[in-house]
Design a protein around this ligand. Structure first.
Ligand code: R5P
Length: 262
């Protein structure tokens, strides 16, 4: 790996601890003004000091984020679909590597939809983006998307998806937590982070998800709704940070959350 790519990766997954808490706020690219992200600047601003990277689209980056921030950016570079359209899996590349460099991002992210009618198209998109990233030292985060089919999230399917992304050359992969998650991380030779998925019933459930993922080999989380749809988003991300960066237990995270939300 060349110095530039290594340097970008080390900003995302801090070398010393090898862990990461990223804030995912890219949902609007196909969901529009999803609840609690209607005004991105307002939602994101208080959370920036507590995340190791922001994952978002170039539109929100340019219009809602202060260019003076030190936080690394993971640029969403796939889309072209919408929640009201025919097929969520029908994505293309929506941001060029030239624009990613202009925006000084630390990585680009693209979704693949394995097992869908657009499997081939999205995997070729991934390969093309990786080739472009290699030219300029920009790492690619592959996202193993499931669209509306959340029930697909099992170890057999997700380990297949993560491994394919790694084989095609992605530098990192984002997937879902599932039972037997170790099967996913053990068979994937690149760092794995987890998405949070739709907001869980309790805060403790979200802490359990992060804790189990880390214990079973994830390097971190790239979490959205379970943080910013919380009634106490800052307390929530800080408790998640304790799990990821300080190996806090679920009990400890709950106590911390309780104290911080006062
Ligand atoms: C899909 O909408 C995006 O790629 C999100 O970044 C991803 O699903 C993570 O966000 P959440 O934790 O809300 O699932």
């Amino acid at each position: 790996m060349d110095w530039g790519m290594k340097n970008r990766m080390s900003k995302l997954i801090k070398t010393k601890i090898g862990r990461a808490v990223w804030l995912a706020v890219d949902h609007g690219y196909f969901l529009g003004p999803i609840s609690k992200l209607e005004q991105p600047a307002k939602t994101i601003e208080p959370l920036v000091p507590y995340c190791d990277a922001l994952m978002l689209t170039r539109g929100v980056l340019r219009n809602c984020i202060d260019a003076g921030i030190d936080t690394p950016v993971i640029l969403r570079a796939s889309g072209g679909n919408s929640i009201v359209g025919k097929s969520l899996s029908n994505e293309g590349i929506t941001a060029s590597m030239e624009d990613a460099i202009r925006l000084n991002v630390s990585a680009v992210a693209l979704s693949v939809y394995i097992g869908t009618e657009h499997e081939h198209q999205t995997l070729i998109n991934l390969s093309k983006l990786i080739d472009e990233g290699q030219k300029y030292g920009i790492p690619v985060l592959a996202v193993t998307a499931v669209g509306k089919e959340l029930e697909k999230r099992d170890a057999r399917y997700l380990s297949l998806c993560c491994r394919i992304c790694a084989e095609l050359g992605a530098q990192m992969v984002k997937t879902y937590y599932c039972d037997d998650f170790e099967k996913v991380t053990k068979s994937c030779p690149i760092p794995v982070v987890i998405a949070g998925g739709p907001k869980l019933d309790t805060d403790e459930d979200a802490f359990k998800l992060a804790y189990e993922a880390i214990q079973q080999g994830a390097v971190g989380v790239d979490m959205g709704r379970n943080i910013w749809q919380s009634e106490f988003p800052v307390a929530k991300i800080r408790a998640i940070r304790a799990i990821v960066h300080e190996n806090a237990t679920v009990k400890k995270a709950c106590e911390l959350f309780k104290g911080l939300k006062k």
